[in-house]
Write a new protein. Structure first.
Length: 300
């Protein structure tokens, strides 16, 4: 393909971990950031609309720009100048994969502006975006859509990221309960111990395996499949209200987990509705379909 001068990329939000699948399971959700990028004669200019406006940098340090630079370090063909317009709907620092979505949007836009075929560069895109995140669950979900299983192989010098996309069962209707407070991944990771009891590791491993079946074929198994003893309990001090809401939902029979690093809670309902009587103070209820397409490109 030739080298276009302008591209528009739409990228879905994502929920990672999904209970037991720490750094390995992800689900793409129908809430989108859009990035329009075009080649300029020189310099970098960034406009941000929606989430993050007035808070994120509008220069070379913007996450989308950094992802583009990282991709161009691999593909070459960086233009002399760049202009971006970011229209963001994914809340920042809430556990819905906003940073991964920005990285995916930037890397995809860079590949297209370099004249490369996105489908042929899927592996490059995954390495760039997961490498920026340090794990592939969110990035893979935003890139590929659907339900993803992600893992990393460690070589002599650096790790390599991998992901497999599966179709989620159509009977799963997620509801995101978006907390009004923010949470940082680095902070919540700092609460995790270096070691966990063997019984907890075995328990969580069994639930992660069960999750693959539950998300793809047997959604009636989601309640046990989303149980976790690896990370959520240790992180509870960072988001006690969210942890209490997870407990309340599960007590009502609704499969629920902390979304990524939190504090958003993901409820995996069968019909998009929640039980009556829940205390949702401090949370915005956002029913979201499962995104099946992943990152989408429109070339002008």
């Amino acid at each position: 393909m030739g080298r276009p001068r302008q591209v528009r990329v739409r990228v879905p939000a994502s929920s990672a971990n999904l209970g037991p699948g720490f750094d390995s399971l992800g689900l793409a959700l129908g809430l989108y950031d859009e990035v329009e990028a075009w080649v300029a004669d020189d310099g970098v200019g960034v406009e941000v609309v929606g989430e993050g406006a007035g808070q994120v940098p509008c220069d070379d340090t913007h996450l989308v720009v950094r992802a583009m630079r990282t991709a161009w370090n691999i593909t070459g063909d960086a233009p002399a100048g760049l202009r971006l317009r970011c229209v963001n709907a994914i809340p920042h620092s809430r556990g819905l994969g906003s940073s991964a979505a920005a990285a995916v949007a930037g890397a995809v836009a860079a590949v297209v502006l370099a004249g490369r075929d996105v489908e042929l560069e899927r592996d490059t895109l995954l390495q760039v975006t997961a490498g920026m995140e340090g794990h592939a669950d969110n990035a893979a979900a935003s890139l590929l859509g659907g339900f993803v299983i992600a893992w990393e192989t460690v070589g002599n010098t650096a790790g390599r990221f991998h992901a497999v996309r599966l179709d989620a069962h159509p009977g799963i209707h997620p509801v995101a309960l978006v907390a009004g407070t923010e949470s940082s991944t680095s902070t919540t990771r700092g609460l995790l111990p270096d070691r966990v009891p063997l019984v907890d590791a075995a328990f969580t491993g069994s639930r992660t395996a069960l999750s693959v079946l539950a998300f793809t074929q047997r959604p009636e198994l989601l309640l046990p499949a989303t149980e976790d003893r690896l990370h959520q309990g240790y992180r509870r001090p960072a988001y006690p209200d969210s942890a209490d809401l997870v407990d309340a939902l599960r007590a009502h029979g609704v499969p629920a987990a902390i979304s990524g690093a939190g504090p958003t809670v993901l409820a995996l309902t069968s019909d998009g509705t929640l039980p009556a009587g829940l205390d949702l103070h401090g949370f915005a209820t956002l029913p979201l379909p499962i995104d099946t397409a992943g990152a989408q490109v429109e070339i002008d």
